[in-house]
Design a protein around this ligand. Sequence first.
Ligand code: GCU
Length: 615
Amino acid sequence: MNKIKLTLLILVLGFTYGKAQDQLIVNTQGRKTVSLNGTWNYIIDPYETGFFDYRFKERKENDPGAFWNKPVITKKTDWTEHDYKEPYTIEVPGDWNSQDPIFKYYEGTVWYQRTFDKPEVETNESVFLYFGAVNYEAHVYLNGKKLGMHKGGFTPFNFKIPAELLKDTGNYLVVHVNNKRYADEVPTLNTDWWNYGGITRDVKLVITPKEFIQQYHIQLNQSQDIAKAKKKKKFQISGWVKLNASTSEEIVSVSIPELKIQQDFTVTGDSVKIDFEVKKLKLWSTENPKLYDVEISFKEHSISDKIGFRKVEVAGTKILLNGKQIFLRGICTHEEISSDQRRATSKEDARKLFASVKDLHANMVRLAHYPHNEYMTRMADSLGILLWTEIPVYWTIDFKNPAVLAKAENQLQEMITRDRNRASIIIWSVGNETPVSDARTKFMSTLVKDAKKLDNTRLIAAALEVGYNKNVNFVDDPLGEYTDIIALNEYLGWYGATPDACETAEWEIKYNKPFFISETGAGAKGGFHDDKEMRFSEEYQQWYYEEQIKMFKKQFPESFSGVAPWVLYDFRSPKRNNPTYQEGYNRKGLIDDKDHKKLAFYTLMEYYKELENEE
Ligand code: GCU
């Protein structure tokens, strides 16, 4: 499809679903905000009665039946068939599945409603409504007017609230959320994780000046040689600052108070390049995750962010952090608190997940299979844990459909825009285990190029496909031409064969790039013990890890640069219903849903401690 047709299609899509979201506001933590978290009212609406009329057409705002986005009519003669009131209440943030048994498997529409009073807003200020994420489709109404809609279950979005729409008290906020799965969405119909629906992350009002700093990227200039920079005590800081509107001849200042740095840049238009030198700089690393307070000012407005300065690159078949080779002692995790069967949403949840990562002596986490909440990426910054973060282009996406590519590109852009200033993120991944075809490789290589255009300071990856020919495992996935590392998922000894098959396994990697195992794992029911041949026993899973680690040491090529076993915790999956061992959980966790560490946890931990001591 040529560019013109694609553009037209995206425009039509945009109008079909109502105005898409405004430009994303980054770093809401560093701005004036009012939280709208808490107890909201809800109505469950499996037949979309509040959204479509009886001819199944989207109700217009003046449609008397479009009453679900307006306060309930009170005259007793008036027609109404709904209301928002107790006991139908739900907590925000949070998935709905874990909040009431009726929602356990629910896939459909839920209407959320709450009121709020107008916060302190100066005449020269604007108010935005910001959502950390809503899974999957959100239509947002305020005082009966539609602010817009958003699709994508794991990335933030915001809408500017027209000043005339905001009342002093009792602003009536309604969000129509639908988490149904469709073949032409991202992810598509088939995933091995629970389809948690709802307003799953923080909601807040963001108050900004009329003209404000919308987005920015400030990082070590990745083209400089770290050794030389250290020797000369000359570090180049580069990037850009983007305003929400064009301005003429105004100054944007960037300062790092700890380094007594203050740099002014003249903006013409809506953005300005940032480039300055600092004499001394403590580089961010896994051993010393140094974060600097960076202040960005424009007119009377300034925001502060905590930024770590570091360089990540590929040199031949090695991954380098600050010029030094690093081996990624990783682990995969879903965004889930397994013991509560719910989405992780808070800073405390992030603390719990990373505490287990540290127990494992891991230095890297693969945030599977979608962008996690911002508490995770900011906490990784402060803990010195490297991250791989990805968009849910997972398995059998509709690769031939340009509208699906546009959806994937939108999620990629939202992921990178939100997190581009997080030092911990060293890898953006554009997908997982997508079946090789010409259409798929065109789709995925487009995403790789998009990611590089959006951010050329990180490595771009995808979990590639592996071929098997008897005991030879070969990697010649055409997508490997485009990615910076060769990452792949292998389950030798679980899906087919038994763990001893690792002893004779051979590996043939077509590409001369760093080789990374982005998944490997076996299932075990926590507390179930038997001899090691017994599937789902802790001993089988331990055997699997023992054989895998022997294979890493003995048979892997010198380009082997890291591994992120699947998976830190057992997690909910509607596909895993073996009544004895699974009961709705994927049991490949090293820790089970009762927070019990299985035998294999210690096997991997010992391997990581050995590697740590060799560093
Ligand atoms: C795949 C997939 C995971 C899945 C895992 C498994 O590699 O990427 O999402 O959960 O295998 O089968 O357990």
